[in-house]
Design a protein around this ligand. Structure first.
Ligand SMILES: Cc1cc2nc3c(=O)[nH]c(=O)nc-3n(C[C@H](O)[C@H](O)[C@H](O)COP(=O)(O)O)c2cc1C
Length: 394
């Protein structure tokens, strides 16, 4: 080899090493090797560590709840013997949730976690849910007030799953059906929640029809610039954004294979447009295609605040139940988000009309949609803001 050729090979090898090193550094920096680590994920462990903190322990449980786009739209006022749950209007999804219906479903999820935790921690709760309407301006005051007094602690399998519950967005095993017992257990979770009913369907024709609704609604949302801008504002595409905000949607929780997540983190390909395309493809090819069961939480009035809270409680309970039984679950709310959007724009309620066919009763309206099954890969946790950030007046 000539000396100039040798130098070229050396330079290329050197550049290769630098590129590898830079790639490795970027991979480490973007959390490729340590999924779910750092302060943004500490609340998942803190819940158990803070069990004897009295009412604050309930807030630790509450912040682990599901919320739309992981907005965590809650604030808590903790007093001796009482907790108030408030909406945080700054965490609204705007055009994606124009009436705050999903926001209040998320508050219902947080409320359910508090009630579960109270039971096992020996606190009896007297619950007040002041009435309110979401389509008549933002109602003021707390959405819930929990009066607390000491009581004997009770066991609760759902409370044991509080830190195990995660949204599963990856492929489910299409050959593994839910047993008839599980199909009955899911609606039974909501049996004592006034005004809320859960409908689950596995029939292939109904599944195909509902799957088409979900895919069609996803296409309509992607074509709606205002909805996508509202959604993108909560996308945490980098480790630094995720650790700084400790909320929002992340690549790790998107249900992609670890390999694809690693690539997406390291390569600068995750433009908003590309991620919208991936969302549609994942919805159609993975989430709808591999679902063996779909479900709806239905209510008589979509904009009654108390019904929204109860519907959120039903979802949180079903997911906790699922987590305790190895069942994977994911909301698929695109058709319902279109119902709100049509209403806010004052256009023909086409989405609402089509959905009415799935409830079996024209008086009952879907307010939450989901799929359930057995996941082929585990779900990763989503970030959480710490308790100190969500205490009102702190
Ligand atoms: C009202 C509501 C609507 C939601 N809609 C969707 C949805 O359409 N698609 C989805 O993948 N996740 C949806 N989610 C799940 C949230 O994105 C998820 O709870 C949040 O990112 C936190 O993650 P975790 O549930 O794994 O803790 C929804 C959750 C709630 C409470």
């Amino acid at each position: 080899m000539t000396s100039s050729r040798r130098s070229l090979v050396k330079a290329a090898a050197g550049l290769g090493l630098v590129a590898c090193g830079a790639g490795f550094w970027r991979a480490a920096h973007e959390g490729v090797f340590e999924v779910g680590a750092g302060p943004a994920y500490a609340p998942w462990d803190d819940w158990r560590a803070g069990l004897n903190e009295g009412p604050l322990a309930l807030v630790r449980a509450a912040i682990l709840a599901a919320s739309p786009h992981n907005t965590q739209p809650w604030l808590f006022r903790v007093e001796p013997g009482a907790i108030e749950l408030h909406a945080d209007p700054a965490r609204s999804l705007g055009a994606f949730d124009p009436f705050g219906r999903e926001l209040h479903l998320g508050l219902g999820c947080a409320l359910e976690n508090m009630l579960r935790a109270a039971k096992v921690l020996g606190m009896a709760v007297s619950l007040e849910l002041p009435p309110g309407r979401l389509d008549a301006g933002t109602p003021s005051g707390p959405v819930a007030r929990l009066g607390l007094r000491q009581a004997p602690p009770e066991g609760d399998p759902l409370a044991s799953a509080l830190a195990e519950r995660h949204t599963h967005r990856g492929p489910y095993d299409p050959s593994r059906q839910l047993s008839p017992e599980t199909l009955a257990d899911l609606p039974a979770q909501a049996a004592d929640l006034d005004g809320v009913k859960v409908v689950v369907f596995t029939d292939p024709e109904q599944r195909a029809a509902f799957g088409a609704e979900v895919v069609g609604a996803t296409e309509a949302i992607i074509a709606d610039a205002a909805m996508m801008a509202a959604s993108d504002a909560w996308a945490r595409g980098s480790q630094s954004a995720l650790q700084e905000h400790r909320d929002g949607t992340t690549l790790d929780a998107a249900g992609l294979s670890p390999w694809l997540v690693g690539m997406a983190k390291v390569l600068p390909l995750n433009s908003a447009r590309a991620s919208h395309r991936h969302w549609l493809a994942a919805t159609r090819e993975v989430q709808v295609r591999t679902a063996t069961a779909f479900g709806l939480v239905v209510v008589a009035d979509l904009y009654d605040r108390v019904l929204c809270l109860h519907a959120g409680r039903a979802w949180e309970r079903m997911q906790l139940f699922g987590a305790s039984r190895g069942l994977a679950m994911q909301p698929l709310n695109q058709p319902l988000e279109r119902v709100d959007r049509d209403r806010s724009l004052g256009v023909e309620p086409a989405a609402a009309r089509r959905l009415a066919g799935f409830t079996g009763d024209p008086a009952l309206k879907p307010t939450f949609a989901f799929r359930a099954g057995y996941a082929l890969q585990p779900a990763n946790p989503s970030p959480r803001r710490p308790v100190e950030w969500v205490l009102q007046g702190a």
